[in-house]
Design a protein around this ligand. Structure first.
Ligand SMILES: N[C@@H](CCC(=O)N[C@@H](CS)C(=O)NCC(=O)O)C(=O)O
Length: 199
């Protein structure tokens, strides 16, 4: 068993797309794990025991049998997917996956995910959404629509962790108040990803 296939502990909040990215990647690859539920809304990630393992104070995180810990959803997916079909071996194609993973965290998740959380969990009305986040989220979804109008998956014409990472919150974009009917290519891709992931 390579170390990425040994039993791991997944610390996370299964309502969170960031945690689900890791769960889905592990499930698709058959990586065994146990889940320790961490309530991200109740400051569980800011407790000293959690910070000792994960100094960034966020979920998800994984702990390997020897005690090594790794945080940041996309870093964990990348680690698990290394050497599998979910991450191309070719350095340029792998870097294209990274390109979308970094973009997801800087230009998509802070808008689409944060608005989803505000609407779905913090009771914010659609009309009260932060207009800057709405504008940036619209831009992100428009870029995805253009990109997906010419291909089935984000990189290398196949399903990779770039798709998993972007699927996590794009599937909640409608709920966050974004009009997805005007983004049919994103909708089609969401369905393709949903079938792969079983979500
Ligand atoms: N960049 C991080 C974001 C993780 C994140 O924002 N986690 C949230 C839950 S979705 C969290 O733990 N929030 C609690 C906190 O920051 O105290 C990743 O990709 O893993």
């Amino acid at each position: 068993v390579t170390e990425q296939r040994a039993m791991m502990t997944l610390y996370g909040d299964l309502r969170s797309g960031n945690t689900l990215k890791v769960k889905w990647t592990a499930d698709l690859l058959g990586v065994p794990y146990t889940v320790v539920e961490v309530d991200a809304f109740m400051s569980a990630t800011r407790q000293p025991e959690y910070l000792a393992k994960f100094p960034m104070g966020q979920a998800p995180g994984i702990e390997l049998p020897d005690g090594r810990c790794l945080a940041q959803s996309n870093a964990i997916c990348r680690y698990l997917a290394n050497g599998t079909d979910l991450l191309p071996a070719h350095p340029f194609q792998a870097a294209k996956v990274d390109e979308w993973l970094f973009w997801e965290q800087y230009s998509h998740e802070p808008y689409v995910a944060v608005l989803y959380t505000a609407v779905a969990y913090r009771g914010v009305a659609l009309s009260e959404r932060d207009s800057h986040r709405v504008q940036k989220g619209e831009q992100a979804l428009d870029l995805m629509e253009t990109w997906l109008s010419a291909r089935d998956f984000f990189v290398a014409d196949r399903f990779t962790i770039a798709d998993i990472a972007l699927f996590a919150y794009t599937r909640f974009a409608e709920r966050a108040g974004f009009d997805m009917k005007k983004r049919p290519h994103v909708e089609g891709w969401l369905q393709r990803c949903g079938r792969k992931i079983g979500a």
